[in-house]
Design a protein around this ligand. Structure first.
Ligand code: SF4
Length: 346
């Protein structure tokens, strides 16, 4: 077989890869071993230790590989949260977070190197967008964090750097692969995808027949406020987002989570709480309130605890499930994009 130096190993069609492996080793079963390694998100060819060393060397010569390595690891001294800065094969940096809950380990992964969406409260929007991640680069983040955990990853959140629906095809391939019993075997119901509200993709996602949890960054009960914090609000209205979410709920039977960053003087007033209640009444949903400092230190400030409590009570009294996000790893800049920002600027 002709050398295909420009091809990524993970993107090779099965038939061609089977031919290649059989030609190099005379052993068809090596193809299955190799496929399993890929599905399991092994982050480098050298980690495929069941393959003969000669085949590994040959693969390295003949193919490119989207290697992911741990560049830095920050452990919280307050809880068991670990924040990772990963280096990609082309020098880009992304982030992931490993969190320990009572029910097991959960990881948050990135879907893009950078983000085009420009949300005002997010550190990821301060460093330019570089590129989409492949499905395998997403898998490899899970692999590396599972290795650190030393235990099975039970929950996955696609909520790190990037807008997952802006990298739709790779996201879908990632979800199917991470759900594969030969791989991580994570149930769809244990996976959450977070979007800033790309309306056509919410509808398309509803058609995928994957009962994944959908989380929507709403952050405002109306377009006027939303436009001041999220440029994407100039493209799709709050009303269009809610209609798309109703469609998602009807199609999948899954409730939608609305993320709402509480920002003092912007969206945390009683008036906005009542407006949010009117907007969400009757929709199968959950509201997750995030006092803004737990996202990032910005010009924005977090409301005082009484304001947060009042906001929460208004939603709770309307019988809409609501929680205030528990702040994990507050000593290690666990908020999205901060490590990448520092690293890429250096
Ligand atoms: S909050 Fe999400 S969508 Fe918005 S800029 Fe940050 S990473 Fe992008």
């Amino acid at each position: 077989m002709k050398k295909e130096m420009n091809l990524y190993l993970e993107e090779m069609p099965d038939e061609a890869l089977l031919d290649y492996v059989t030609e190099k080793t005379g052993q068809k079963f090596r193809f299955n071993q190799l496929k399993r390694y890929l599905i399991q998100g092994v982050p480098a060819i050298d980690d495929m230790t069941s393959l003969p060393a000669s085949l590994r060397e040959q693969l390295k010569q003949d193919f490119k590989f989207g290697t992911v390595t741990v560049e830095k690891e920050y452990r919280s001294s307050i809880d068991d949260t670990v924040k990772f800065l990963f280096r990609l094969h082309d020098g880009n940096c992304i982030e992931g977070v490993l969190m320990k809950y009572l029910h097991g380990y959960s990881v948050c992964i990135s879907s893009q190197a950078g983000c085009k969406m420009g949300c005002k409260f997010c550190a990821s929007s301060d460093v330019r967008f570089s590129r989409d991640l492949t499905a395998y680069e997403m898998l490899r983040q899970v692999y590396l964090m599972q290795k650190t955990a030393g235990d099975r990853i039970g929950n996955i959140v696609v909520m790190g750097i990037g807008e997952p629906f802006d990298n739709y095809d790779n996201l879908i391939l990632f979800l199917k692969t991470v759900h594969d019993p030969e791989g991580f075997n994570v149930g769809y119901r244990k996976i959450t995808v977070s979007t800033c509200g790309i309306v056509p993709k919410i509808r398309q996602f509803a058609e995928e027949n994957m009962p994944v949890n959908l989380s929507v960054s709403l952050h405002a009960p109306n377009d006027d406020i939303r436009k001041t914090v999220m440029p994407v609000a100039n493209r799709w209205t709050v009303d269009e987002i809610i209609k798309a979410c109703r469609y998602y709920v009807n199609k999948t039977g899954r409730r939608v989570t609305f993320e709402y960053a509480l920002i003092e003087g912007v969206n945390s007033d009683k008036k906005q709480a009542y407006e949010l209640v009117r907007l969400l009444k009757g929709l199968l949903c959950h509201v997750n309130l995030i006092p803004v400092n737990s996202i990032r230190q910005t010009a924005y400030s977090k409301p005082n605890p009484e304001t947060v409590k009042t906001f929460q009570n208004i939603i709770m009294n309307a019988k809409i499930p609501v929680s205030v996000r528990r702040e994990l790893g507050s000593d290690i800049q666990a908020a999205c994009g901060q490590l990448r920002k520092t690293e890429m600027r250096e």
